[in-house]
Design a protein. Structure first.
Length: 534
């Protein structure tokens, strides 16, 4: 039987650089799922975009891409328009950048139906409602007039899937569709794709850097590195008996180990008691308070020197809001005792001397690092703010800190865009570490990184904690990373702390149904139950 897609000796290059895709060959049959796996820059997405010539004009393409026997490389634009979004559809990694922020959900899905099927009016609306129902959007009639920013991450991804399925494609290409999602939403999206594939009989090309996902959904896997496929075969066989060293490295790349024990006499760094963050809802001409958005309710915890508190929960559970309140970056109620003093209610001027001892590393280093500043300027900026550079060789201090976080000091005069994602995260960590803080808040610092880079960052954080006796608040939806780093865990849902305690106890004997479902989704202990819904 003729494959749905057959790629033969495909090569893609840009300018004088080494080929982004180098002699790649594989095929996908109807109803089959093939996973394309590799780290950032391995050529996965470029390969996928080549299937329907979505690459920029600067790309030089050779080789063959055949859809149902018809050549796509060099095909005329009218044929490509027929195939794109109709026979071959895409789900992209970040729906917020793929969806038009100015158009409603109904209009965005309707555009594709009008273009490829000529559906308009009530017929189009009926089809859109059917699609939204199929992808699990609750109350779809109410969502028709919603804009992307009014939906959660999981809902936006479901809308993207609905758009991709609108015209009944033969082949669905999913490019990292679950990377930014919580583990529970990820499990739902994967189950949804599997159900739809089974019902529609379509082929699925799934692109990811997460081998855990590949194990769940793929019939066959192709492992890419530096533009080449270094190993391919049935998923079960590749996982059971990997042949290439790179595949073995990827399979072994999972955060492991546990943090060092905290001494019994370790000093308390931070303590909260029934911390609350409520945002007032104001309406009417006089802007009277008619209610509150209860982002955090009665959060109580303590952290000692050398200890890590992991905070887990779905998007919107209040994890980051709690961290911002502790850092005194947003208002809250309830005592926040830092280094023995209640800092609740202190003004910015009073807080400034304490800022040196409480630092934060954000999820997206590219967004938190100034593109106009060199590494030296970024890392040393805090020294000037806190007036700590008098009598110091600032450049040497930056040099030493770069070495400490695993960066080549020869890169001291480079800018953020010249670094990989993992290197940028190390720069963000260096910026915090140069001040020798007592507490570091880490907000999803590994979620967008490849598995091998995640392992490196976890090892780095563990080493820095050991060396400087740091207290960490570690926020993540990746429970494997939390397990490797945390002494204690706080589980949050809809602003409430539903469970907290020793990390070992939480992971081995969770008490609440929510925690059990969260762990099941993340660690594959058992099928995910229906505790979660969009």
């Amino acid at each position: 039987m003729e494959p749905v897609l057959k790629i033969s000796e495909l090569s893609v290059s840009f300018g004088r650089n080494a080929p982004a895709v180098d002699q790649v060959s594989f095929e996908i049959a109807a109803g089959e799922t093939v996973a394309l796996v590799g780290e950032s820059g391995s050529g996965k997405s470029v390969t996928a975009l080549s299937t329907v010539s979505l690459l920029p004009d600067s790309a030089r393409i050779s080789g063959s891409v055949r859809y149902r026997g018809k050549e796509m490389v060099g095909a005329d634009k009218s044929h490509l328009r027929e195939v794109r979004g109709n026979d071959i559809s895409f789900i992209f990694q970040e729906p917020m950048t793929s969806l038009n922020p100015l158009h409603t959900i109904e209009r965005q899905i309707g555009e594709s139906l009008a273009l490829h099927q000529g559906l308009q009016g009530s017929a189009a609306r009926e089809r859109i409602l059917d699609l939204l129902n199929k992808v699990g959007i609750r109350d779809p009639e109410e969502r028709l007039t919603s804009y992307p920013h009014e939906l959660s991450g999981g809902q936006r991804q479901r809308v993207m899937i609905a758009m991709a399925l609108a015209n009944g494609p033969d082949l669905l290409i999913a490019d990292e569709p679950t990377t930014a999602l919580d583990v529970t939403i990820e499990a739902q999206i994967l189950a949804l794709l599997a159900d739809i594939q089974k019902a529609e009989g379509m082929a699925l090309l799934f692109i990811t850097h997460d081998l855990g996902i590949v194990r769940k959904i793929a019939d066959r896997v192709c492992v890419m590195r530096n533009g080449k496929i270094v190993e391919s075969g049935k998923t079960s066989e590749v996982f059971a008996n990997p042949q290439h060293e790179y595949t073995k490295t990827l399979l072994a790349a999972e955060p492991s180990g546990e943090p060092d024990p905290v001494p019994a006499d370790a000093a308390e760094i931070l303590r909260t008691d029934a911390l609350r963050v409520w945002f007032p809802v104001r309406r009417g001409l006089m802007k009277r308070v008619v209610g509150h958005i209860k982002a955090v309710n009665a959060a109580t915890f303590a952290i000692r020197s050398g200890e890590t508190l992991g905070i887990v929960g779905e998007s919107g559970s209040g994890k980051t809001t709690l961290a911002l309140a502790v850092m005194r970056l947003i208002a809250s109620e309830g005592p926040v005792v830092f280094l023995g003093d209640n800092v609740q209610g202190l003004r910015n001027k009073q807080l400034r001397p304490l800022r040196r001892d409480m630092q934060m590393v954000f999820q997206d280093p590219y967004g938190s690092l100034s593109p106009r500043m060199t590494v030296e300027q970024i890392v040393s900026e805090g020294l000037g703010v806190h007036k700590l550079q008098d009598g110091l060789d600032k450049r040497q201090l930056v040099h030493d800190t770069m070495v400490e976080v695993g960066l080549d000091p020869a890169m001291i005069d480079r800018y953020p865009h010249e670094f990989s994602g993992g290197q940028r995260q190390r720069i963000a960590i260096a910026r915090a570490m140069i001040l020798r803080p007592k507490l570091v808040v880490l907000d999803e610092p590994t979620s967008a990184l490849d598995m091998t880079i995640q392992v490196q960052i976890v090892d780095l954080l563990r080493d820095l904690q050991r060396k400087h006796n740091l207290a960490y608040i570690f926020i993540s939806h990746d429970l494997r990373v939390v397990r490797a780093l945390s002494h204690k865990v706080l589980v949050m849902k809809a602003g409430d702390v539903v469970e907290s305690g020793d990390s070992t106890r939480i992971f081995e004997a969770p008490e609440t149904e929510y925690t059990k479902a969260l762990l099941a989704a993340a660690l594959e202990l058992k099928p995910v139950n229906t505790v979660f819904s969009e």
